[in-house]
Design a protein around this ligand. Structure first.
Ligand SMILES: C[S@@+](CC[C@H](N)C(=O)[O-])C[C@H]1O[C@@H](n2cnc3c(N)ncnc32)[C@H](O)[C@@H]1O
Length: 199
């Protein structure tokens, strides 16, 4: 599949909709799960920046009624994203009470963060805000991920990517950057992946 074909918003958004996902971003997670085996049945998963809920839906389907997903976002999930093994907290990832809610439902085996700042169009500001969210996601992983657990986080390219990778290499058996084909051509987002949290 060519990267360009992902640029046809109607096709990919319609495909996501027809497969029961509220957003096309699901294909990025699917590609990373196929490549790295991020999700295992009966795992506990923390989804940061989860709305409208396509990553959450994908995780719930992979768990198939086992395990648990804790999802957090400033915005609500799409109304049909619900399951007995899903807990959703609406709020700011930086807020102490949100962190505490997430902590109580941990520890987790996967922390995944697709959170993105509202973009201003100023690349320097947008990259710095994205970098702040990455640092925060690493904080969640450091404090709430069980040994052996996996991590994935979105980052706007540039800025502190190398410093974040260095932090991840201290925390995980392996860590690397990965840009899914499903990212729109020309988009400056990419992902950092950490596998096997060290004990
Ligand atoms: C690209 S969307 C996530 C899409 C989601 N993974 C899905 O597949 O449906 C990015 C999300 O990050 C959320 N976000 C950004 N900053 C946040 C913050 N500080 N706290 C909570 N959510 C945040 C936004 O509200 C937005 O819903």
């Amino acid at each position: 599949m060519s990267a360009n074909s992902y640029d046809k918003p109607d096709f990919w958004s319609k495909k996501a909709f027809s497969e029961g996902y509220p957003a096309r971003s699901v294909y990025k997670l699917k590609e990373m799960d196929d490549k790295f085996g991020l999700i295992k049945k009966s795992w506990r998963i923390l989804d940061l920046g989860a709305a409208p809920g396509s990553w959450t839906t994908f995780a719930l389907r992979m768990l198939d009624g086992n395990g648990h997903v804790t999802a957090i976002d400033l915005s609500p999930l799409a109304k049909d994203v619900k399951a007995e093994n899903l807990s959703f907290f609406q709020g700011d990832l930086y807020a102490p009470e949100i962190r505490e809610n997430a902590r109580k439902l941990g520890p987790y085996n996967l922390v995944m963060c697709d959170a993105a700042p509202a973009t201003t169009g100023n690349r320097t500001i947008d990259t710095a805000r994205s970098s702040g969210l990455v640092e925060l996601a690493i904080y969640y992983a450091e404090h709430m991920l069980a040994p052996g657990g996996n991590f994935v986080v979105k980052i706007f390219q540039g800025g502190d990517q190398q410093a974040h990778l260095k932090a991840l290499r201290n925390l995980f058996e392996s860590a690397r950057g990965f840009k899914p084909e499903a990212c729109r051509t020309g988009s400056f987002e990419t992902y950092l992946v950490g596998l096997g949290k060290k004990s």
